[in-house]
Design a protein around this ligand. Structure first.
Ligand code: 13P
Length: 251
C-alpha cells in the first residue's frame, strides 16, 4: 500500500493554548487511516502541548521547525535536538527556505543540524529548493543536488533511511504559485535517485513536495507516484481545512 505523509508547518503561528484547541478540532475530524501519517511542526513553544495532544495516536507525530547543532550550552535563543526530544518532538525540519533566506542559514549549517538530529534520535526533514532566479537560469537540479550533498553527503544508507527530504521551490512558498505535478515529479525523481545511489534502501526514501499546496491542488500533485506526501504551510493553519486536506486521495 502506498504510504503518504502529510506534514503541517505552522511557521510562526499557533501558541500552546491555540495548539490544544487546534488538535481537539483536528482529531474530531480526522481518524486514523492506515495509508497515511500526519506530522505537525509547531513553533518551539507549542511543541509540548501539541505532542501531548497526539500521545495516544501512533499516526500523528510532532517535530520542531529548527534545531541548533550543539546539544546544550550558552546559546541564547536556540533549541537543541535533545531539548526538543524532551518536549515530545520526534522530528525536525532542517534548512527550510525561510531559515536559509531570512536567517542566513548555510549549507554547512544544515549538515551540522542533520548530524545533531540523527545523534539525538530525531528524524530530519531536510528542505531543499531553488529560487526563481535559479530556476529561470536552468539551475534547479544543480541547486537541489548541491543542497542534498551538503546536508546529507556524509551519511551512509542506514542514516539516510531515517531522513525525509522536502522539495520546496522557494518561488512557490506562500505565493499561490505551485510547481506543476510533472515538474515536481521530475525533481523528486532526481532526489530519489541521489538518495538511492548513496545507499538508501529502495522504498525507504521519502520525498515530500511543498509550496502553496492546498485542498484544491493536493489531489493532482499526489497523483504523481514520485510524491510521498506534502509539506504544507498556510493551508495547515486551520484544523478543519487541514483535516480535509490530509484525507485527500490521489486524483
Ligand atoms: P505554503 O504552503 O504556505 O506555501 O508554505 C510552504 C512551506 O514553506 C512549508 O514548509
Amino acid at each position: 500500500m502506498r504510504q503518504l505523509l502529510f506534514a503541517a508547518n505552522w511557521k510562526m503561528h499557533i501558541g500552546p493554548d491555540e495548539a490544544r484547541a487546534y488538535m481537539k478540532a483536528f482529531r474530531a475530524r480526522y481518524h486514523r487511516r492506515e495509508d497515511r501519517e500526519v506530522w505537525f511542526f509547531p513553533p518551539a513553544v507549542s511543541v509540548e502541548a501539541t505532542a501531548q495532544a497526539t500521545r495516544d495516536r501512533g499516526d500523528l507525530l510532532v517535530g520542531t521547525q529548527d534545531i541548533y547543532w550543539e546539544p546544550k550550552g550558552a546559546f541564547t535563543g536556540a533549541v537543541s535536538a535533545p531539548l526538543a526530544l524532551q518536549a515530545g518532538a520526534r522530528a525536525s525540519l532542517i534548512g527550510h527556505s525561510e531559515r536559509r533566506h531570512v536567517f542566513g542559514e548555510t549549507d554547512d549549517d544544515t549538515r551540522r543540524k542533520v548530524g545533531a538530529a540523527l545523534a539525538a534520535g530525531l528524524l530530519p526533514v531536510v528542505c531543499v529548493g531553488e529560487t526563481l532566479v535559479e530556476r529561470d537560469a536552468g539551475h534547479t537540479l544543480a541547486v537541489v543536488v548541491r543542497q542534498l550533498a551538503a546536508a546529507l553527503g556524509g551519511l551512509d544508507g542506514a542514516a539516510l533511511a531515517r531522513v525525509v527530504v522536502a522539495y520546496e521551490p522557494v518561488w512557490a512558498i506562500g505565493t499561490g504559485r505551485n510547481a506543476t505535478p510533472q515538474d515536481a515529479a521530475a525533481v523528486h525523481r532526481e532526489i530519489r535517485g541521489w538518495l538511492e545511489r548513496r545507499g538508501t534502501p529502495p522504498h525507504a526514501a521519502r520525498v515530500l513536495y511543498g509550496g502553496s499546496v492546498s485542498a484544491k491542488n493536493a489531489a493532482a500533485l499526489l497523483t504523481e507516484q514520485e510524491l510521498d506526501g506534502v509539506l504544507v504551510g498556510g493551508a495547515s493553519l486551520d484544523p478543519e481545512g487541514w483535516a480535509q486536506l490530509v484525507q485527500t486521495d490521489a486524483a
